[in-house]
Design a binder for this molecule. Structure first.
Ligand code: PHE
Length: 434
């Protein structure tokens, strides 16, 4: 095995892969439903504010962390300070736990691609979803297929795996999203959906909405798990990354907006509720698909779109523990991926079954799926981000000068990295634990 670290073929490969990581279920499945539950436009404005300010700082820092150290997560923290390596192991651990619930939804998507292709039976979509998620054989098989696909492309390496899949899937994702959004905007009364997204109702502003928007912003930018750090460590050229960072942020924003503009006009056009929660995409939208011309075809395209978004993000998660195992334990990529397949399967299968036969197992009043989601989203992701900002700001001397030329922006960045963002994160962890 050669010891040479892989690098991106070109600067664009990195940008595309980072956008692929950022744009995922968080934008297309989670964003519309969290927005639906939190008052529409006010949520959107708050989310945009966070993504462009508070979350931008750790995102750039994470990429810089990798770019400067040129090491996988644990090695990168060790490079900054020997003692820091211990807590940094939480990054690959998080990147094993998050896929264990993210891929459950990936499995649902695979099932929905197949059933939309075959044709939705005239069954109530909520009954359909609950029957599927409770199926003790089919649901875990779908999760495992999704896991296998992600592992397969991760095992193929940077060029043949990650770059390849992003080069193929990202353009497909854009084309499908634009076509479906245009189609949705042509439905009768679609303006009601647009009004919901773009007409603010400031009475909906509250602290719960604020926190939901902040959490959503961190998640959609892929901060806090080491994915951007690991991807950043494969950058070879020494150019500034500020344009790259803006490209990632704006792409994530545009994808979220398009997802909203694709989903809400359709939902309002058929007089359905926008606040259906996690079932918005799997229950509410199928109700739309059952009523429009060529509904099965549109549904198949929609779920393939969701699949592409989920795969490119999933691979960016797996790259974190994979790189750590390869570079620290010196296993080959294939063996590292086989090992990860087994470990993630062992956690993801119970998580899948927690919608059915394992539903009664409750830890702290939460099912296995909810518990993994809760621990990672509310504690591990903000904790990793906090630690990363702390080490980057105080030990690695990441500085606004590396990004901006403008003095004011440099100072804002430095104060943000060293004080403001860590304080907000501590607050977020505190609220998350309450
Ligand atoms: N940003 C991805 C999404 O929105 C999720 C993700 C989080 C991916 C953290 C990698 C790291 O779906």
């Amino acid at each position: 095995m050669s010891n040479k670290r892989p690098t991106w073929t070109s600067k664009y490969s990195f940008i595309l892969a980072a956008i692929g990581s950022a744009v995922g279920l968080g934008n297309i499945w989670r964003f519309p439903y969290v927005m639906g539950q939190n008052g529409g436009c006010v949520f959107l404005i708050t989310y945009m504010f966070f993504i462009l300010t508070i979350c931008f700082i750790p995102m750039v820092t994470e990429i810089l962390f990798g770019k400067i150290t040129k090491k996988e997560c644990v090695g990168a923290f060790e490079h900054a300070n020997k003692k820091c390596k211990y807590l940094s192991y939480l990054n690959p651990v998080t990147a094993v736990l998050v896929p264990s619930f993210y891929f459950v939804i990936g499995g649902w998507i695979i099932h929905y691609i197949i059933i939309s292709f075959i044709g939705f039976k005239s069954k109530n979509p909520s009954v359909y979803l609950s029957e599927f998620v409770q199926n003790p054989i089919l649901a875990p098989i779908c999760t495992l297929i999704f896991l296998f696909i992600c592992i397969f492309f991760t095992a193929r390496g940077i060029k043949k795996g990650i770059e390849f899949i992003n080069n193929v899937m990202m353009p497909m994702l854009v084309v499908m999203l634009v076509i479906l959004t245009i189609a949705s905007l042509h439905l009768p009364n679609s303006y009601l959906g647009l009004q919901y997204i773009f007409k603010p109702d400031f009475t909906k502003f509250n602290s719960h909405m604020l926190l939901a928007a902040l959490g959503q912003a961190f998640f959609t930018l892929s901060v806090g798990m080491g994915s951007l750090l690991t991807y950043g460590s494969y950058i070879k050229e020494d150019k500034s990354i500020v344009k790259t960072a803006y490209t990632i942020v704006f792409s994530s924003l545009i994808f979220s907006l398009l997802a909203g503009m694709m989903i809400f006009p359709a939902v309002f056009s058929f007089n359905l509720a926008p606040d259906a929660g996690a079932g918005l995409v799997f229950v509410t939208l199928p109700k739309v698909f059952m009523q429009i011309p060529h509904g099965n075809f549109v549904a198949t395209v929609f779920f393939i779109l969701l699949f592409c978004a989920a795969i490119t993000s999933g691979i960016s998660m797996l790259e974190v523990p994979c790189a750590t195992i390869v570079e620290r334990i010196k296993l080959s990529r294939i063996k590292a991926c086989l090992f990860l397949f087994v470990i993630i399967a062992l956690i993801a299968i119970p998580a899948t079954l927690s919608f059915g036969i394992l539903g009664d197992i409750k830890i702290f009043d939460k099912t296995i799926f909810e518990l993994i989601d809760f621990i990672t989203s509310n504690i591990f992701l903000p904790l990793n981000t906090l630690f990363m900002c702390f080490v980057a700001g105080w030990f690695l001397n990441v500085n606004g000068d590396m990004i901006f030329k403008n003095r004011v922006l440099v100072n804002v960045f430095n104060i943000g990295l060293k004080y403001v963002v860590p304080l907000i994160l501590i607050f977020l962890i505190y609220i998350g634990l309450k």
